[in-house]
Write a protein that binds this ligand. Sequence first.
Ligand code: AMP
Ligand code: FE
Ligand code: FE
Ligand code: ZN
Length: 283
Amino acid sequence: MERFIDLHIHTTASDGTDSPSRVVALAKELGLGAIAITDHDSIGGVAEALEAGKELGVEVIPGIEISADYRGNKAHIVGLFVDHTREDLRPVLDWTVYERAMRNEKIVGAMAADGFHISLEILNALYPDSILGRPHMAEYLMKKGYVSSVKEAFDRYLGEGCPYYRDKERLSMEMAVTAIQKSGGIAVIAHPLQYGYDEVELCCFLQTGKDLGCAALEAYYSEHAPEEQAMLLELAPRMGLGISGGSDYHGTRKPHIELGAGIEKGLRVPYSVLEGLKALRNN
Ligand code: AMP
Ligand code: FE
Ligand code: FE
Ligand code: ZN
């Protein structure tokens, strides 16, 4: 039987709702061939996941998803096979965590000034081990009854163009890719169709990624329609890029996305994708 994998997963170390060991247990239940833990700007969940993987016999790839900048827009770079025990990622992560904290303060401060009962102290107490982000704020606003769903919190208050949206300084793509490589990993351009580029812009973006040292792109992704997946599977090798894929599982914070299966089971990433990435890593 063919085994499927999931190389893009968030845990409670960033803005997922399942702990790293819970994710591994779930992967075991689902019979997945391998998973990668790729928390936003954090490797905090990797050690626990590796440990659980050893115990349960699940192949776990240590990873990360770094929020970087491409010409003023966000560009997410997934790092796979990073060595979480080395300090190479530390300066970059410290910087992103600091910028994120400054941004969080601006959002929460503006909301509090307008009378919302919210503060960083409250959020830190509720989510002590997480890299705090807008999803946590959205969930808190829902718990307090300000909105009826996380989606409404983003639509009314926290999303781009909303009154409490604040941008953060992002790391250059170059710094993100270099940090991933220095920690022994390979860099993957995450969800390349999420940035709203037309065909020409997409090619420029991917070429830049390639030139900076990215090894692959995510062709398999929960939100890709079958024809988009096919287009990327064809485009990647033409651009000299390998193929990766994953669901972007966030637990109940993105309840429509299933681990290893995406939206309405529309995602299937074959194990051979991981073999291809391992070959790239050894190049
Ligand atoms: P942050 O990194 O704090 O800016 O938050 C970004 C995260 O918010 C993304 O990784 C998504 O998980 C989540 N997110 C962004 N937009 C939405 C939305 N409209 N509904 C739900 N979650 C969202
Ligand atoms: Fe997220
Ligand atoms: Fe992302
Ligand atoms: Zn993600």
